[in-house]
Design a protein around this ligand. Structure first.
Ligand code: ADP
Length: 493
């Protein structure tokens, strides 16, 4: 809109100039006509010449108005950070960067919306509230509702965290400020903090807007241990900035991390990143939707359901590479329809290529399914094939029995696998670590027992007993897990 206004003003000025020149010519001619006897030769010609020069200049300006307008807009754009050019940029191609020489923190306009994010329905629903807040702030302000300033997207790489953040900005039609955590960590002390300040200043200037900080752990790691002045001062500045702006300022900070456990507690406190959204590997339904999206404009004879089944463990980025490689093979073989053979070639490339993608074959998928099924059975909760972790009993004061139950939930997968397959597997190292951490708390902090190993052993024995007694039920659940990649509460009834 601002851009239109500028265009109109410049157009108006050109027209006025032309009109003034014409009026002057007429006036001058009239004066000469009326008093021709009093005008001396030379001054007559100078006057007429001057008027014609004026007329020619205005014609040239009119003809070159586009270039002149661009020149003035560029000048203005440099003065007030992207204010003018951003509007122009909004209507330009996907995600082009806005040119600003004054600040290196540049917003991009996101044309990506939730339509471009396939699957992960629950996550999109969670973020719709933020979009609505950015679109209709008064609806929330009226009831004095404060929305979170910070949303933390937690999940492994390549699952679409950046894409989701962009889609939120695109849905709300607000500027999107992208920065990676690593880019804040500079060599010189104070530079990172300055960059954080500039980022927030720019975002506030362009509010409503979204700041996205990718891999926030690079800057947000817990303080302490080996001191790193630069990182600490950057983190402190980030905390100060997050406290400094009001919830209704229209700036929402979205950050992404793979390792929430390493983040400084201060970042996770209320008023900072207090909303967390977990983005896991895509499940079978998600994978199907993602494949359908990628193959939208392609003719194919492949079975998408089968491909979704056989690509468990793939993240969205890997699925995109798979389709791309398959299309390359199709083109190479001069075909116009994508076939199963192209997919096979692409899979091989991914499996043995530089960026090795671990593909879960039928046997590996069964191992994972048994592992996750035992977790679901023991914790009596919904567990997906590709989920990490397990829900724990979460109370202020836990009893001995409840802590032991939490250890069992962590160990259910490994114990179940050993029981059913009669073999040990290299799976669940994080869960084992967590089980030992709980046991250590019980011994060292709460003095509930004497020996960690004893506690672990008693949890394992109890698990073996319980799983053995329900082995048929677990076999049934495992089949469901293989088919649906999830066990729901209804399945457990
Ligand atoms: P992350 O930020 O989690 O590392 P990205 O958002 O960078 O992941 O996504 C990696 C790639 O996968 C991008 O090319 C993105 O377009 C694609 N992608 C990720 N998730 C989805 C999805 N749900 N639907 C469609 N494409 C996706």
């Amino acid at each position: 809109m601002k851009q239109d206004l500028n265009d109109k003003n410049i157009d108006k000025n050109f027209k006025l100039m032309l009109l003034s020149a014409l009026v002057l010519v007429i006036l001058f001619s009239y004066t000469i006509y009326k008093s021709s006897t009093n005008i001396q030769g030379l001054s007559y010609y100078i006057g007429i010449g001057f008027l014609f020069v004026l007329l020619i200049i205005s014609f040239i300006l009119r003809a070159k108005q586009d270039k002149i307008r661009d020149y003035f807009l560029k000048k203005r754009g440099n003065k007030s950070l992207n204010e003018v050019s951003f509007e122009k940029e909004l209507s330009s191609s996907k995600g082009d960067e806005v040119v600003s020489e004054q600040s290196f923190i540049k917003p991009v306009a996101s044309n990506i919306t939730f339509k471009d994010v396939a699957g992960i329905k629950e996550i999109k629903e969670e973020l719709e509230e933020i979009v609505d807040f950015l679109n209709n702030p008064s609806k929330y302000q009226k009831h004095k509702v404060k929305l979170p300033k910070g949303v933390l997207l937690v999940g492994p790489p390549g699952v679409g965290k950046t894409l989701i953040a962009r889609a939120v900005a695109g849905e709300a039609q607000v500027p999107f400020f992208y920065q990676s955590g690593a880019s804040f960590v500079q060599i010189y002390v104070g530079m990172g903090a300055k960059k954080v300040r500039e980022l927030f200043d720019s975002a506030k200037l362009n509010a409503p807007s979204i700041i996205f900080i990718d891999e926030i752990d690079a800057v947000g790691k817990a303080r302490g241990g080996k001191s790193n002045d630069e990182r600490e001062s950057t983190l402190n500045e980030l905390l100060t900035q997050m406290d400094g702006f009001l919830g209704d300022s229209g700036v929402i900070v979205i950050a992404a991390t793979n390792k929430i456990e390493v983040l400084d507690d201060a970042l996770l406190r209320a008023g900072r990143f207090d909303r967390r959204v977990y983005v896991g590997l895509p499940n079978i339904e998600d994978r199907k939707k993602i494949l359908e999206l990628y193959l939208k404009d392609v003719k194919y004879s492949i079975n998408i359901d089968k491909l979704a089944q056989s690509s468990a463990g793939f993240n969205s980025a890997a699925l995109s590479t798979l389709v791309n490689e398959a299309l390359l093979s199709m083109i190479k073989n001069k075909k116009s329809i994508l076939e199963e053979s192209d997919i096979e070639i692409a899979k091989n490339k991914l499996e043995f290529g530089k960026k090795q993608q671990k593909i879960l074959d039928i046997e590996q998928k069964e191992i994972l399914a048994i592992y996750q099924t035992c977790k679901a059975y023991i914790s009596r909760s919904k567990v997906k094939l590709l989920d990490d972790g397990v829900p724990r009993i979460n109370k202020v004061f836990l009893s001995y029995g409840e802590m032991l139950e939490n250890i069992k939930r962590e160990l259910a997968g490994t114990v179940g696998l050993e029981l059913i397959k009669n073999e040990k597997y290299s799976i669940g190292e994080d869960a084992i670590k967590r089980a030992y951490e709980i046991a250590s708390l019980m011994i060292q902090d709460y003095k509930m027992a004497q020996n960690i190993e004893e506690i672990i052993k008693s949890a394992q024995d109890s698990l073996k007993d319980e799983l053995m007694r329900n082995i048929d039920n677990i076999a049934r659940l495992k089949e469901l897990m293989l088919k649906n990649e999830v066990i729901t509460l209804e399945d457990l009834q």
